[in-house]
Unconditional design. Structure first.
Length: 731
C-alpha cells in the first residue's frame, strides 16, 4: 500500500499518494520552465494550479479517499503537457503543412493520453438517452445535476430554474419529488463544457447580465435591457398611469412593471446569490465554453493583462490631461504672495499627511464617503421621483394656488428642470450602461447639471413667491342670529340633499376623506376646512358666531380674501343646517381659508352634533419658534364634543346625557352615573388630575385660540346672517 500524505494545494487540503505528489511536483516544475519567458508567468501558473485543485476536489467528491497516480495522469492529460505544445509550436514554425501535422499530432497525443491514462475513474458514464440522478454531484438528490447532464447544460442553471418555479408557483417542488422517486441514481461523468458564471470583467452591478450573455452567446446589452425594462417603462408610464390608471390601454405597462418586474427582480437576486463569479482564467474559459488547457489559460491571462494595461493607460492619459489643466490653473494661483505664505506654513502638515498611515486613513475615508454619497443619491432620487409624479398631479390645482405669469412659468420650469432633468439623466445613464457606450466628452453631464441648477433656482424663487402670498393672516367675524329652540335643544347638521355644486368628483386627486380638498371643477374648488367650538353662554340663549380666516401678502389682502368666503347657514325649527364646505374660484386663489363656528350654549340646555360634522377637516399651518413649519389637524377645542351624541351644558362644561344619572338630571343636578370616570369628557375614560380640571374651569367662556389668533366676542357685530324661524332654503 502506498503512503498517503496531506498537502495544502491552492488553499485546499488534498490527501494524495506520495508517488502521485512527486509526479505533480515534476509537472508543476515543467510548467514553470515552459512559461519562464512568458509575461505574467506567476499568474498563469497560479491559474493552472487552481484548475488542477478543482479537478482534484471533483475526484474526491465522487468518493475517492485520496488522489492516486492515475488521477494525476488524467489531470495532466486533460490540461496538456508542455512537451506536447512544444512539438506543436515546432511544427508551426516548419510551415503551414507542418503546422497542420503538428496540430494533428498534438490532438492525437492528447487523445491517446486521455484514453490510456483516464482509467475507470474518468469513464464516460451512461449514454445521452438515459436520464439518471447524478450521485457524484448532488445537493439534495442529484435531480438537477442529472437533468443538466442529460440536456448538456450547467447544473447551476437547472437548480435556478427549480428555485424560481418553487417561489413563483410551487410546481417545481412537485416535479422534483416525482423525479426523485422515478429516476434512478448513478455515478455520472460530467460532459458539461460550458458553465454559467458571473463576469468579473464586464459588470454594472454584479456581472449577472454579462455572464448570461456569455453563456447564451448573445450581446451583453440584451439581458441588461430585459432586466432594466420594468424600470424604464415605469419611469415613462408613471405619469400616464395617474391619468389613465383605470383604462385597459395601460394594462401592458402595469404587467411589465408589476408581476413581470417583480419576477425579474427575484430572478436577478437568485442569480446573484447562486451563480459564482469567474475570477480565474479557467473559470473564464468555462464561461465562454472554450477548452481549458495550458495554452488557453496562458492566452486568457495575457488578454487580462493586456486589457488591464489598456485601461490603466487610458485612465493615465485622462488623469494626465486633467492634471495638466489643473496644473496650469494652480500655477497661476500660486503666483500670489498669500499662497506662498500659506504653503510655507503648511509644509510640515503636508509631509505628515503623506505618510503611510495617512494614506490608509484617506482610502478608508474615501470608501466610506462614496458609500454615504451612494445612499444619499439613491434616497434623493426616490424623493425626486415622488415629487415629479406628485407635481404632475398637483399641476391641475396650480390655477387655484399660483397667480401671475411669473409664478406659473416658475412652476413649469421647476417641474421639468428641477424634477424632470434628474430622471432623464438617469434614463440616459441606464441606456448608455446597457448599450456599453462610453464617451470621453462630458458635455452631456455639464448640460444636465446646468439645467438642474436652473431648476433649483426656479424652485427656490417659486417657493419664496408662494410663501410671501401666505405670510399674513387675518379674520372676519360675523354673528349668526338664531331662533331659540322651543324645547331647549339644538341640533347642528350638514346639508346633503340640497347641496348642488355639480362637482365632477369627490376624490379628484385620489386622496382619502381626511384631505380638506374634496371636489373640483373647471373654475372652482370646494374646501371643508371648518371646525366648531362649544363654549358656555353668558345668558339663557343660544348664540352662534362665524369667524372666517385667510392668508395673504398683507393683513388687508388677507381680510378681503376672508370676506369673500361664502358659508351661508339656515335653520328649520331646532335644526341648524351648515354647508358641506365653501367654494373658492380661480380668481380668489387658495390662501388657507378656514371657517370657525363658535356655539354658545346656556347652562341646562342641550345640543347635538350630527355625525356628518366629523367630516369637516380643519388644519393649521404655523411657523414654530425654530423657524420651521408645523402642520396640525388638532381642533384645539375648549371642550371635547363627540358628534352623534346628545350633550347638556353644565357649570363644568358640556356633559354627555347618557353618562348622567337620569333621576339627578330631573332634579337639576348633573351627577354622573356610577363607574363613569370621564370627567374631562374627552372619551378616554381616565381620571384626570383635579388641578387640570380646575385650570380648565378658569378658562374664559368667550375666548378661543384659533391658529395663533385669540377670538374675542365683538359687539356690535360687523355682519349678521338673519335666520328665519321656518325656512328650508338651500345653501
Amino acid at each position: 500500500m502506498k503512503k498517503v500524505i496531506n498537502i495544502n494545494f491552492q488553499g485546499r487540503v488534498v490527501p494524495i499518494e506520495e508517488t502521485a505528489y512527486e509526479i505533480l511536483k515534476q509537472y508543476i516544475e515543467s510548467l514553470r520552465r515552459y512559461f519562464a519567458n512568458e509575461e505574467g508567468r506567476d499568474e498563469i501558473i497560479n491559474d493552472i494550479e487552481s484548475r488542477i485543485a478543482e479537478l482534484f476536489s471533483e475526484r474526491l467528491k465522487k468518493g475517492s479517499t485520496c488522489i492516486t497516480d492515475e488521477d494525476v495522469q488524467a489531470v495532466m492529460a486533460s490540461m496538456g503537457r508542455p512537451e506536447d505544445f512544444e512539438e506543436a509550436e515546432a511544427g508551426t514554425n516548419g510551415g503551414s503543412q507542418s503546422a497542420g501535422t503538428g496540430a494533428g499530432q498534438q490532438q492525437s497525443a492528447g487523445q491517446q493520453q486521455s484514453q490510456s491514462t483516464g482509467g475507470a475513474a474518468y469513464s464516460s458514464g451512461p449514454a445521452r438517452g438515459k436520464l439518471v440522478r447524478n450521485a457524484d454531484d448532488k445537493i439534495i438528490a442529484g435531480v438537477c445535476s442529472g437533468l443538466a447532464n442529460y440536456f448538456h447544460i450547467d447544473p447551476v442553471v437547472m437548480r435556478i430554474i427549480f428555485v424560481v418555479l418553487l417561489f413563483t408557483g410551487g410546481s417545481g417542488f412537485l416535479v422534483y419529488l416525482i423525479l426523485w422517486v422515478a429516476v434512478p441514481s448513478q455515478s455520472v461523468q460530467s460532459n458539461i463544457t460550458k458553465r454559467l458564471y458571473r463576469s468579473s470583467d464586464d459588470k454594472v452591478i454584479a456581472g449577472v447580465c454579462a455572464g448570461l450573455a456569455a453563456y447564451l452567446n448573445i450581446n451583453t446589452w440584451v439581458p441588461r435591457l430585459i432586466f432594466a425594462l420594468p424600470l424604464i417603462i415605469g419611469l415613462f408610464s408613471g405619469p400616464f398611469n395617474w391619468w389613465f390608471g383605470d383604462g385597459d390601454f395601460w394594462l401592458g405597462p402595469k404587467i411589465v412593471t408589476g408581476s413581470l418586474g417583480s419576477t425579474l427582480f427575484v430572478t436577478y437576486i437568485v442569480l446573484w446569490i447562486a451563480v459564482p463569479i469567474a475570477f480565474t482564467a479557467a473559470e473564464k474559459l468555462e464561461m465562454r465554453g472554450e477548452r481549458v488547457d495550458l495554452n488557453s489559460i496562458r492566452d486568457t491571462v495575457k488578454e487580462d493583462l493586456e486589457s488591464f494595461r489598456s485601461k490603466a493607460q487610458n485612465w493615465g492619459n485622462e488623469v494626465k490631461q486633467s492634471a495638466q489643466q489643473m496644473g496650469n490653473q494652480a500655477r497661476q494661483f500660486a503666483q500670489s504672495e498669500r499662497v506662498k505664505t500659506f504653503s510655507t506654513e503648511a509644509s510640515t502638515t503636508a509631509r505628515t499627511a503623506g505618510s503611510g498611515i495617512a494614506h490608509i486613513i484617506g482610502v478608508l475615508f474615501k470608501a466610506f464617503f462614496l458609500f454615504i454619497v451612494g445612499v444619499v443619491a439613491l434616497a434623493f432620487f426616490g424623493v425626486l421621483m415622488a415629487l415629479l409624479f406628485g407635481g404632475v398631479q398637483v399641476m391641475a390645482f396650480k390655477e387655484f394656488l399660483l397667480e401671475g405669469f411669473w409664478q406659473n412659468s416658475l412652476a413649469w420650469l421647476s417641474v421639468f428642470l428641477f424634477l424632470g432633468v434628474p430622471v432623464i439623466a438617469l434614463i440616459t445613464w441606464l441606456i448608455r450602461r446597457i448599450m456599453g457606450v462610453r464617451s470621453r466628452n462630458h458635455y452631456l453631464g455639464y448640460v444636465f447639471g446646468t439645467l438642474w441648477f436652473i431648476g433649483i433656482v426656479c424652485a427656490a424663487l417659486l417657493t419664496g413667491s408662494i410663501l410671501r402670498s401666505f405670510k399674513s393672516r387675518n379674520f372676519l367675524e360675523e354673528n349668526v342670529a338664531l331662533v331659540q329652540p322651543a324645547h331647549g335643544k339644538l341640533l347642528l347638521d350638514v346639508t346633503t340633499s340640497t347641496f348642488n355644486y355639480r362637482y365632477y368628483s369627490n376624490d379628484w386627486f385620489d386622496w382619502d376623506n381626511d384631505w380638506p380638498l374634496f371636489g373640483e371643477n373647471l373654475d372652482s374648488i370646494l374646501l371643508n376646512t371648518v371646525r366648531i367650538d362649544v363654549v358656555k353662554s353668558n345668558d339663557n340663549d343660544f348664540h352662534l358666531a362665524k369667524v372666517k380666516f385667510s392668508r395673504g401678502n398683507d393683513p388687508v389682502i388677507a381680510r378681503n380674501t376672508a370676506e369673500k368666503i361664502s358659508f351661508p347657514i339656515t335653520q328649520t325649527d331646532s335644526v341648524v343646517y351648515l354647508p358641506k364646505g365653501f367654494s373658492i374660484s380661480k380668481n380668489e386663489r387658495y390662501r388657507a381659508q378656514q371657517v370657525l363656528l363658535i356655539l354658545q350654549v346656556p347652562v341646562g340646555k342641550r345640543f347635538t352634533f350630527d355625525k356628518s360634522i366629523s367630516k369637516y377637516n380643519w388644519f393649521d399651518v404655523r411657523y414654530n419658534r425654530h423657524g420651521g413649519i408645523d402642520i396640525s389637524d388638532n381642533w384645539d377645542r375648549t371642550y371635547w364634543v363627540e358628534s352623534g351624541n346628545e350633550y347638556i351644558m353644565t357649570p363644568d362644561g358640556p356633559k354627555q346625557v347618557e353618562k348622567l344619572d337620569p333621576e339627578a338630571l330631573q332634579r337639576g343636578e348633573y351627577k354622573e352615573r356610577e363607574g363613569d370616570k370621564d370627567h374631562d369628557n374627552d372619551g378616554d375614560n381616565d381620571d384626570e388630575d383635579r388641578s387640570d380640571r380646575s385650570e380648565r374651569r378658569k378658562r374664559s367662556t368667550t375666548t378661543d385660540t384659533t391658529g395663533g389668533y385669540r377670538y374675542h366676542k365683538q359687539t356690535p357685530a360687523k355682519k349678521t346672517d338673519s335666520v328665519p324661524a321656518k325656512s328650508s332654503a338651500s345653501v
